[in-house]
Write a protein that binds this ligand. Structure first.
Ligand code: GAL
Length: 417
């Protein structure tokens, strides 16, 4: 009887293995490797939100979250390029909408996604300006998940009210406010430039504030010369602004520097609106936002997107990932945490905090200009030279040399003569 019982148990086990749903008792689970640089608070949560949407639809797929830390992709981009050329691509990877894609030699290494854009109806739900930015050599190479704004001046509301100050609108006002704060022992201009891109990021706002939207745009098309007196003026302004930073700026990343605002030890920080996602992740609500000096009415834009490399090991899972990334559910799970607005125009606004609701309005009404540090304005080799020139400028303060380097970088890209 015991034996019979034993046999019965064994056969039950065998039967249950045979009829078990996929994913149970060793049935082949498949994989999806997603490559990004989203490791900081807010960004990591946003990505996890999109993973949750994917997992609900495809529970048998194991997602490998392949992140390489470093803001603006400082480290990730190089790792990715090596993987692509070495024939070991992830299933899908983060890339900025715009000329950044040129770095990855799309005709050779990526699959065009035109068919997906048509079948998903994305030409109707993504704004036309974004669609234009995404097309490179006549094709779509990536699916946009968001729109970020680079030119935001975050500030500590408490520091401003305690000192009876209002956020400055012009550079003259900015220096007056900065002097008043400095006299009180508060860091006026919070900076964390450990990774080398952050000074170039802040300088975009100074260029916009000095040259205006058209003048700034022209820097990337050859209409405005880098030798222009206004570029000299912008460099001089930035040099002066840099005398108001925290002394440990070279040791801090963008998010680490944000702690100065949380602690009310620092007043203003120019950073993209992922900072808003990071503040939320820290349960900090004492922050205000304003345009950096001279930036009112101008939206310095960038967009994160995901590509499909040729030879992706889990191509079908990757295609499904791209569908989630472009979907309303995917974008609504991602963006409120990430601190960005949807790339789609049909997201439910009540899901977003007050800052993001204001950004969504601005996106519709402001003059849009492309960010260079975040892949929209220029090919990667030019963007890198711009970034490096500004990183060096923080320590050298050499206006003439930096301006000459910037002009040379434009020449090297074949845009300036
Ligand atoms: C940008 C990216 C953002 C955010 C930021 C800081 O390049 O577009 O999504 O990740 O870097 O890492």
């Amino acid at each position: 009887m015991r034996q019979i019982r034993g046999l019965t148990v064994l056969s039950l086990l065998l039967i249950s293995v045979m009829v078990a749903p996929a994913g149970w008792a060793g049935a082949a689970k498949s994989k999806l490797e997603i490559f990004s640089w989203w490791t900081a608070g807010g960004e990591a949560e946003g990505l996890a939100g999109m993973f949750t949407v994917y997992k609900k639809l495809y529970p048998n797929v194991d997602i490998v979250n392949a992140t390489v830390a470093g803001g603006a992709g400082t480290n990730a981009k190089a790792v990715l390029a090596t993987r692509l050329t070495g024939g070991d691509p992830p299933d899908s990877f983060q890339v900025h909408a715009g000329l950044e894609v040129q770095k990855y030699d799309p005709a050779k290494y990526l699959e065009p996604l035109d068919g997906l854009f048509t079948s998903a109806g994305w030409d109707k739900v993504f704004p036309s300006g974004l669609l234009t930015l995404l097309r490179y050599q006549g094709h779509y190479w990536s699916v946009p998940v968001n729109i970020h704004r680079a030119n935001v001046m975050w500030y500590s509301k408490k520091v401003f009210t305690d000192n009876k100050l209002t956020p400055p609108k012009t550079f003259d006002e900015w220096f007056k406010v900065a002097d008043a704060l400095k006299a009180k022992g508060i860091v006026p201009f919070v900076l964390g430039d450990k990774e080398g891109w952050e000074a170039g990021h802040a300088f975009e706002a100074v260029l916009i504030g000095t040259l205006g939207a058209d003048g700034y745009r022209g820097l990337w098309t050859g209409k405005t010369q880098w030798t222009d007196a206004k570029v000299t003026q912008a460099l001089n302004t930035f040099k002066r602004m840099l005398t108001y930073t925290n002394s440990d700026h070279a040791a801090l990343t963008w998010d680490g520097a944000g702690q100065y605002l949380i602690d009310n030890k620092g007043a203003m920080q120019i950073m993209g609106d992922w900072q808003n996602g990071w503040f939320q992740s820290k349960n900090y609500s004492g922050y205000g936002w304003a345009s950096p000096p001279g930036n009112a009415g101008v939206f310095d834009a960038l967009s994160d997107s995901f590509s499909l490399p040729k030879g992706a090991k889990d191509r079908e899972n990757a295609m499904n990932w791209l569908k989630v990334a472009g979907s309303k559910a995917g974008q609504e799970a991602f963006n409120p945490k990430k601190g960005s607005i949807c790339a789609r125009t049909d997201c439910t606004q009540s899901l977003f905090n007050a800052y993001l609701q204001s950004a969504a309005q601005d996106w519709k009404s402001n003059a849009l200009v492309p960010s260079v540090i975040h892949g929209a304005a220029a090919i990667e080799s030019w963007a890198t030279k711009y970034k490096d020139a500004l990183a060096l400028f923080v320590t050298s303060g050499d206006v003439a040399k930096t301006q000459a380097d910037l002009q040379q970088a434009c020449k090297g890209a074949g845009v300036c003569k």
